[in-house]
Design a protein around this ligand. Structure first.
Ligand SMILES: Nc1ncnc2c1ncn2[C@@H]1O[C@H](COP(=O)(O)OP(=O)(O)OP(=O)(O)O)[C@@H](O)[C@H]1O
Ligand SMILES: [Mg+2]
Length: 611
């Protein structure tokens, strides 16, 4: 690659083109975040208007201050000298009254806007969580849990920051700037025009600042997300990290992303520093000009002293909120960047969508027949085919064992039955109904899958078994546990079935977790049971016991069992040997054992290993 033409091009793409693309993308992002923001604000729109009214009252009352002071200086003092103190008295009373009004309005605003803000945050947190939870497995494979966490924490936090301090500042600044400008124009046109001339550089500065700070904030939210991702990944894999001494490597990666985050923040702060300084400079220059010219005019009798005093006071009011505006734009930019990311997640559709008009599964006749019809599968459009086109019929009630080398595609087959993914081509049918047309609740009731993961949720052992059927009684839970041979170890736990699985000392071993998962699946009483290496963590005696239980349990349902241990396979009615995503052998275990195919080889190797 040649050296970049000093930012005239980037990888051969002209700067104008990049800016053009940036514009289109930004417009789409803005529209998307706008939609999200409006949907969040809609329920609160009337109260938001009330809050705005509070801000207007608060600032209006504040603005009256300098005007009253000007009147006090110009008319009040002379009035007192002439023996008519009423004007001064009214000015003083008015000033106090305005202070009171402004304070009450401020109180009302902070309470109301706080309420609206918190409701809104509650709403978006709930929405993001619910939505992300609903998204398909394929989404979570590419969008890591770290990214999800940073959506739910830092992104929502930056919206909260804007709610807390931003809105007040923004409305106040708007009301103040407009109010001050109008009042000054009325007080003295020429002096006001001088002040307003300072507005032009301010507008330009603010436009520059908005663009730059927005870009800087997008960079910081991406950077902090990378920090969180790295953090979460390390902590999730802490055992592997320590076992393989990966601490140094992880610390090095962390150092890089952490430093990037700091640099992104520094860049954002630099933009803010320049803006604040420039605003202050413009403000002070304006003040100097007003003082010089105003004082000369007062001396010449062309301007009243009170008006000059009011101008000086207004100018402070005019530039103070602009100072805050820089902070405000920062939190605004951070919030917009966060909204862009959140709206992106919220508009993500589940790849495996629940049908709009589900077909209810037939209630009579064969239950649990699985048919693959012309199915081809790849995990993503840009990855190779994992299962080339095939047909397969598993009649209701049949127990099918699937064997094959690592990476052959066994789990993929199983995941298609449980509809973690939809086939890229063809259909998977349950009792003649395409899985894409079955309601999620019906599908989960019909198909249970037990894998090696055996995730346990926080809660008691009984809760974890009852996951299969939340309405189950304690007796049913215990009998399910007894059926898979889990009862003995559970009653030996400190609190038996009520032992908290996450509590120290109450943790379960891999094999115990597997038994709990088994009991959970049996309690669910599905028509189709899929076991993916589900017995692999059990010791030999326990596995034998589970197998004995399995044989009775499997008799009434369709089952797909994936197992490396051939002893498990021998209880099946039928064995499928998978190789490179294709079913290369399909017969009863007895036939395969005696034959000359791959299964026979596997079986001989297994017998040899036992000897
Ligand atoms: N989530 C995924 N995204 C992309 N490719 C995947 C994914 N899961 C599996 N694969 C690929 O699909 C192929 C089949 O994987 P699968 O998990 O079905 O194998 P398996 O037969 O279950 O192997 P094992 O016996 O090791 O469990 C492999 O080449 C694997 O790399
Ligand atoms: Mg597998």
């Amino acid at each position: 690659m040649t050296a970049p033409d000093d930012q005239q091009s980037w990888h051969g793409v002209a700067v104008e083109e990049i800016e053009e693309i940036d514009k289109v993308v930004s417009a789409r992002l803005r529209a998307r975040s706008g939609r999200l923001l409006w949907s969040l604000l809609r329920p609160h729109r009337w109260w938001s208007l009330v809050a705005l009214a509070f801000v207007a009252v608060e600032n209006g009352a504040q603005l009256a201050g300098p005007l009253l002071i000007a009147t006090a200086i110009d008319s009040g003092v002379t009035g007192v000298l002439a023996g008519r103190p009423a004007t001064l008295a009214w000015c003083v009373l008015g000033y106090a009254g305005c202070g009171l009004l402004s304070a009450s309005a401020k109180y009302g605003f902070v309470r109301l806007s706080g309420r609206i803000g918190q409701d809104l945050l509650l709403d978006i947190r709930q929405r993001v969580f619910r939505h992300v939870q609903r998204l398909s497995v394929s989404f979570h494979e590419s969008y890591t849990s770290g990214k999800v966490i940073s959506r739910l924490t830092t992104d929502i936090e930056s919206i909260a920051d804007l709610m807390d301090m931003g809105l007040d500042g923004l409305f106040s600044a708007l009301v103040t700037v407009v109010g001050v400008a109008v009042t000054m124009l009325v007080l003295d046109l020429r002096l006001a025009l001088v002040v307003l001339a300072g507005f032009l550089p301010l507008v330009l500065l603010t436009r520059w600042f908005r663009r730059r700070s927005h870009r800087a904030y997008r960079a910081t939210t991406s950077a902090v997300a990378r920090v969180i991702v790295q953090f979460v990944e390390t902590m999730n894999g802490i055992r592997a990290v320590q076992a393989f001494r990966r601490e140094h490597r992880n610390a090095a990666i962390m150092r890089v992303v952490n430093r990037d985050y700091r640099n992104a923040n520094l860049a954002a702060l630099e933009v803010m520093a320049r803006y604040t300084a420039a605003v202050r400079l413009v403000g002070n220059v304006s003040m100097a000009i007003v003082l010089a010219w105003g004082a000369l005019r007062v001396a010449g009798g062309d301007l009243r002293l009170g008006v000059l005093a009011a101008f000086a006071l207004y100018l402070r009011r005019f530039y103070d909120p602009l100072d805050d505006l820089a902070m405000l734009f920062n939190s605004y930019s951070a919030a917009i960047a966060a909204l862009e990311k959140l709206s992106g997640v919220l508009e993500e559709e589940p790849a495996v969508a629940e049908p709009a008009h589900p077909v209810s599964p037939p209630t009579a006749g064969a239950r649990g027949e699985i048919r693959f019809s012309g199915v081809e599968f790849r995990y993503r459009p840009d990855t190779p085919v994992v299962l080339p086109e095939f047909d397969l019929l598993i009649p209701a009630g049949q127990t099918v064992a699937v064997v094959g080398a690592t990476g052959a595609g066994k789990s993929t087959l199983a995941k298609l039955i449980a509809r973690f993914y939809d086939p890229s081509r063809g259909q998977v049918l349950l009792d003649g109904v395409d899985l894409r047309r079955v309601a999620d609740a019906d599908l989960r009731a019909a198909v249970s899958m037990v894998t090696q993961e055996n995730f346990l949720f926080s809660g008691s052992v009984a809760d974890n078994i009852a996951l299969g059927r939340p309405s189950a009684t304690r007796a049913e839970i215990e009998s399910a546990a007894a059926e898979v041979g889990a009862h003995e170890f559970i009653v030996a736990l400190p609190d038996g079935y009520d032992t908290d699985v996450r509590k120290r000392g109450g943790r379960l071993s891999a094999g115990q977790r597997q038994l709990v998962a088994f009991a959970r699946a049996l309690l669910a009483d599905p028509t189709v049971l899929v076991l993916d290496e589900a017995t692999s963590s059990l010791d030999v005696p326990t596995e034998r016991a589970v197998q004995a239980a399995l044989e009775t349990v499997l008799a009434e349902r369709t089952a797909l069992i994936i197992a490396h241990r051939l002893s498990t396979v021998l209880i099946a009615d039928r064995v499928l040997v998978v190789e490179g995503g294709r079913i290369v052998e399909d017969a009863a275990p007895a036939d395969l054992v005696g034959g000359a195919g791959r299964f026979a080889d596997l079986h001989r190797a297994w017998l040899a290993s036992l000897a």
